[in-house]
Design a binder for this molecule. Structure first.
Ligand SMILES: *Cc1c(COP(=O)(O)O)cnc(C)c1O
Length: 390
């Protein structure tokens, strides 16, 4: 596709040049946004054999191909399907690789809507689901059943940021004949490449850092050679293609993801370190901090940290959590993350089946945006004071 594919180039060089071929579109730097359902065939014979590159809008366009090619390069994948949301990027591969009678092992600190899908849809389809401790690591070997087909990982964990030893999980799962999927939305393939560590399916909510501006919903699923055909077949069977303008926005967002992540990482780490010393904070849950129980794994396997972490307030309950949130001026109260603006949310952990939720006080998740950290620090100072004055 482009002759600039080179595994040795730096991340930002790669982000600036991947996924497009200006010569293929009259020299324009960006690929066209192709709005399409029907694709015409030149004659009846070609139509009958479907022997041309594009056949119908749901099966891919030059726009979706550009993003898929970019993601293949970032992930080191054999193929990538693009779906309309991050949640669909989780549900489509689960539907692709699980059948009635199979068993799936899902990490207990998983993104909550993934759990909801597993407990409702998968269980209705006859798939047995169980949840495992995010720190089980090689210990998942003891949880593998003869019918275990999929082990779903997510590291760090949603809301509580437990790290998983992905290579150890992969080894145990593969030994027992299961494939491993990873929701890698937090790190993005810039800071962790799941497929390089033996994971079979890498999931990305592109809504977050790839989009980067809180204005688009999209997901990508990237597969190893062995899993690609089945993933593509399921994507086609379900008809969950994404809209061209959204696909284009994510390709556009990727161009600046490296520089944005650099800033998210730096600001989040400096605020996390500062928060560790603040009164009213019992713990900071950020794998990039030396105090984090998963720090050694993070340091060994990940090349960076994004802008999302949690703090545990020192005592209190919902009242204190609400006082904290209500005192914030620049942190918006909203779901999702990965955009340019800071966000905060009171994490609900009553869904956990095996992992222990922090007991000291409410868990507050912070997305550190691209604002000046001094302003965010002042905001957090106000919020901590408000929580302790309840
Ligand atoms: C946000 C998120 C998703 C879902 O993405 P949407 O585009 O909002 O559906 C999936 N996994 C993780 C870890 C997320 O944070």
């Amino acid at each position: 596709m482009n002759d600039k594919s080179d595994t040795k180039v730096g991340d930002n060089t790669r982000l600036a040049h991947m996924g497009n071929d200006p010569r293929a579109f009259h020299g324009f730097v960006n690929p066209p946004v192709v709005h399409a359902s029907t694709v015409l065939f030149p004659d009846a014979e070609t139509m009958a054999s479907r022997n041309q590159k594009y056949t119908y809008g749901t099966r891919g366009t030059p726009t979706s191909d550009a993003l898929a090619a970019a993601m293949n390069e970032l992930e080191g994948a054999a193929g990538t399907v693009i779906v309309p949301s991050g949640l669909a990027a989780v549900t489509v591969p689960l539907l692709a690789f699980l059948s009635a009678g199979d068993h799936a092992l899902i990490v207990d600190s998983v993104y909550h809507p993934t759990r909801h899908f597993a407990d409702t849809m998968l269980s209705r389809l006859g798939v047995e689901v169980s949840y495992y401790d995010p720190m089980a690591d090689a210990g998942i070997a003891a949880l593998m059943q003869p019918n275990t087909k999929v082990v779903l990982t997510e590291a760090p964990g949603s809301g509580t940021f437990e790290m998983q030893d992905i290579p150890a999980v992969v080894e145990a799962a593969h030994k027992a004949g299961a494939i491993v999927m990873m929701d890698n939305t937090w790190a993005t393939p810039l800071f962790f490449r799941p497929l390089d560590h033996g994971v079979d399916i890498s999931i990305q909510a592109s809504t977050k850092y790839p989009g980067g501006h809180s204005d688009v919903l999209l997901g990508t699923v990237s597969a190893s050679e062995a899993c690609w055909e089945r993933l593509l077949e399921t994507h086609g069977a379900l008809g969950v293609c994404a809209a061209p303008d959204d696909v284009y926005q994510v390709l556009r967002g990727l161009r600046t993801m490296g520089v944005r992540l650099e800033r998210h990482q730096k600001s989040a780490l400096s605020l996390a370190r500062w928060l560790e010393g603040q009164e009213g904070v019992a713990r900071v849950l950020h794998p990039g901090l030396e105090s984090h129980p998963g720090h050694a794994i993070w340091k060994r396997d990940f090349s960076g940290a994004s802008g999302l972490f949690s703090i545990v307030l020192d005592g209190g309950g919902q009242k204190q959590a609400h006082a904290f949130l209500n005192a914030l001026k620049y942190f918006g109260l909203g779901y999702s993350w990965g955009g340019y603006e800071s966000l905060a949310v009171h994490v609900q952990l009553n869904d956990r089946a095996v992992a222990q939720a922090p007991a000291e006080g409410p868990v507050m998740r912070l997305q550190i945006g691209l604002e000046d950290t001094a302003d965010l620090q002042a905001d957090l100072t106000r919020a901590l004071a408000a929580a302790s004055n309840v």
